[in-house]
Design a protein around this ligand. Sequence first.
Ligand code: PMV
Length: 327
Amino acid sequence: MGAHVRVPLKVILSGEHAAVYGHPAISAAVELYVEVEAEESDGDAFSVRTELGEQALGEVRATVTPSGDVRRVSSPGLGRELSYVASAIGLCTEEFSPPPAEVRIRGEAPPASGLGTSAAVSAGVIAALASLSGEELSRDRLRELVRRVELDVQGRASWVDPTTVTYGGVLSITGREFRRLDCPEDLVLVIAYSGRPSRTGEMVDRVAELLDSVGSVGERVMEAIGDLVLKVEGALESGDLRRLGELLDVNHGLLSALGVSTRELDEIVHALRRAGALGAKVTGAGGGGCAIGLFDDESRAETAAALIDAMGYRAYVTRPSPHGVRT
Ligand code: PMV
């Protein structure tokens, strides 16, 4: 008997970077997924196949030992997510000794695009191996394990990605605490990938250097983002999408002030606004990765996405997903 797990990707609607300084952030799981299938196998190691972000990256095959060492990789340069898979396998072995298995991972978005692919891959592998082992995992234990994988691979990790991909929904997250928010039903998002990877650790360090250099001005930008997040919560809960759009535009301006937007991301943000977005901003750490546009009308969102595609970027039309990890 095999296991099949579906995990949503995520966006940050508001509050990235300020979250590192203790302010809340609002994230949303979206209807883009990582799928993980696992089947018990005869060997003494795990065989892993990953396919992420359509044709661009192709398929990567690897063998991983139960202790989490990668033994053979078909295309070493393409296997960034393999570090997460290998670490997740090692952690599962420590926690509940799953049987060796064939693990197949498919994801709709490219890795390092700021959409939580790494956390979704980790969550999917852990949940699938737990299911093969007959191990009952609570959601909270799963999100803890996902965070441990992120800490192991990246050296640092917030709770935003592990919590959002595990629980789903639209969440207000401060440190490890989180609260589910209501979300208007007509909210549609266009997510546009700038074509460059976003490296969270590097961007967090760059922002820290800027804060050192500009002192209280930088602190005031962080406080402004923190205040803005509270207003975003209010706009979401009252279902006021026009107001939400206005706030996302201001959030983009504040993120630009922190130096995390790029020429491509600005180009996308302006194109989304011209195409009728109620608001648009960088999402996640920036420096690359994605921008999001907010819409209240699916067909307008589709037209905007086609425009972004025509500009040479990859755009996805999606909605918040109430579901987290599903087995
Ligand atoms: O790019 P992402 O999705 O990893 O988002 C990073 C969000 C930051 O606030 C920049 C960092 C963090 O750990 O909260």
